[in-house]
Write a protein that binds this ligand. Structure first.
Ligand SMILES: Nc1ncnc2c1ncn2[C@@H]1O[C@H](COP(=O)(O)OP(=O)(O)OP(=O)(O)O)[C@@H](O)[C@H]1O
Ligand SMILES: [Mg+2]
Length: 412
């Protein structure tokens, strides 16, 4: 904690009231809060509890200068916050919660919170929020959501076109739709995102995952490989014989930091890892399941869809035929697939070997090497469906050109 953020000086510690009170919903959050406020027990008290705990602390005469209030276990966050504001009008409140919801964010700010951080958060981001409140700076920009969207691309099978979809969506969001976009390849050994864009994988992802406490805005600026003004990539090419070192919570912390800087964070996830990614899944806003029209593709689309519905309950799920896994005569027709799947596919990429080959050979996105090809058009549809018409920079031309192809329910 920097000097600028300290509320009490050593000389006034002895009899001073608690200056920062942290009410954490669980021990893990308490730990993060403790790291954020530093080691000074004299000025900070962090306990596991609820809004009731905060109120009972106030009754003991301990209304703090700053209250860190974890509302994630609260049945009615707004009501709890309102009661606390009424009981301690001088206290600055930094609310914390699990819901990444702009509506809730605005309501909490209007009800009197100074800031709202969405879990998972890092000690550094909480520390920065405390500093901002302590300095009476207004940390809140009500005009835009604080965290970017987090989109997971996962294939039901190998080679169905997952990376092609992820890379092209990210590139189009950045280049044609004006969105600040981060693209992360979590296949640390065999990922092909960097190869698809003909860039060096760099060491940034490896360093971030090994030492997540180093991750901050500066680290990200240095570690990411830039592709144009708005697209930045994190990937790796770990030696085949070496196990990748991933510290606990590292992926969660990295993605959270990225979401603070980028409008979109696109993750290409090897499906073998999905079962271990609880924290990631709980925070994604969208998931694209890329599949193929085969029995195995159908079976695993059903399984992944069911799994994501239970683990990523708040996320919008899209199921996409990636095109790459389509034999000239598909063993399962689209109608059969959709009947078995129980609903329509959200997108279908055409099998477009010419465009795919041109892109792979040049290490460039489809929109660059084969801009008018069916595969590039499908990639544009998908990117526009993610961004939505309201966020399209080229609203008048691009949006009108593609709007008719976009399923309405794909908008976030
Ligand atoms: N729509 C398409 N039509 C034809 N070929 C395609 C299409 N999309 C991708 N391809 C090609 O198919 C191959 C596999 O694509 P890609 O790497 O995107 O698949 P993946 O599902 O990510 O594979 P992996 O399981 O190895 O990660 C690549 O050679 C790519 O150029
Ligand atoms: Mg891939």
């Amino acid at each position: 904690m920097s000097a600028a953020m300290r509320i009490a000086t050593p000389s006034d510690r002895r009899d001073s009231p608690v200056n920062i009170l942290g009410i954490a919903g669980d021990p893990a959050t308490r730990e993060l809060m403790a790291q954020a406020v530093g080691r000074s027990d004299d000025v900070a008290r962090i306990v596991v509890g609820t809004a009731e705990t905060a109120l009972s602390q106030f009754e003991l005469g301990a209304a703090p200068a700053i209250l860190l209030l974890d509302l994630s276990t609260s049945a009615d966050a707004l009501a709890d916050l309102t009661r606390i504001v009424a009981a301690a009008s001088e206290t600055k409140i930094i609310a914390l919660g699990a819901m990444n919801d702009v509506g809730l964010f605005r309501d909490l700010i209007r009800a009197g919170a100074s800031d709202y951080l969405v879990k998972p958060f890092t000690p550094a981001s909480l520390e920065a929020a405390i500093a901002a409140v302590a300095q009476n700076r207004e940390p809140v920009d009500l005009s835009r959501p604080r965290l970017g969207k987090l989109v997971l691309f996962v294939g039901t099978r190998g080679g169905v076109g997952t990376t092609t979809c992820a890379v092209n969506t990210a590139w189009l969001l950045a280049e044609e739709l004006g969105q600040r976009t981060a693209l992360v390849d979590l296949d640390l050994h065999f990922g092909t995102v960097a190869l698809s864009l003909d860039i060096d994988p760099g060491r940034g992802l490896r360093e971030a995952l090994a030492q997540p406490m180093r991750i901050d805005s500066l680290f990200i600026d240095r570690a990411m490989v830039r592709q144009g003004d708005r697209l930045a990539v994190l990937s790796a090419e770990e030696p085949v014989e070496e196990e990748a070192e991933i510290a606990s919570n590292a992926i969660e912390i990295l993605l959270y930091e990225l979401r603070q800087k980028f409008d979109w964070v696109i993750v290409d996830l090897p499906r073998g890892l999905i079962g271990e990614m609880d924290a990631l899944l709980a925070s994604i806003t969208h998931a694209a399941i890329i599949t193929e029209p085969t029995l195995a593709g159908l079976r695993d689309a059903i399984r992944l869809d069911a799994f994501l519905k239970s683990t990523a309950a708040g996320a919008r799920l899209l199921t996409i035929d990636g095109g790459a896994g389509r034999a000239p005569r598909s063993p399962v027709s689209r109608a059969e697939f959709e009947k078995g799947f129980g609903r329509k596919l959200d997108f279908t990429f055409p099998f477009d070997a010419k465009a795919a080959l041109a892109g792979a050979n040049a290490g460039r996105p489809l929109a660059v090497v084969a801009g008018t090809s069916p595969a590039a058009q499908a990639a544009r549809d998908l990117a526009v469906a993610f961004a939505g018409p309201g966020q399209s920079r080229a609203k008048s031309s691009l949006w009108q050109r593609f709007a008719k192809r976009v399923p309405h329910d794909a908008h976030s």
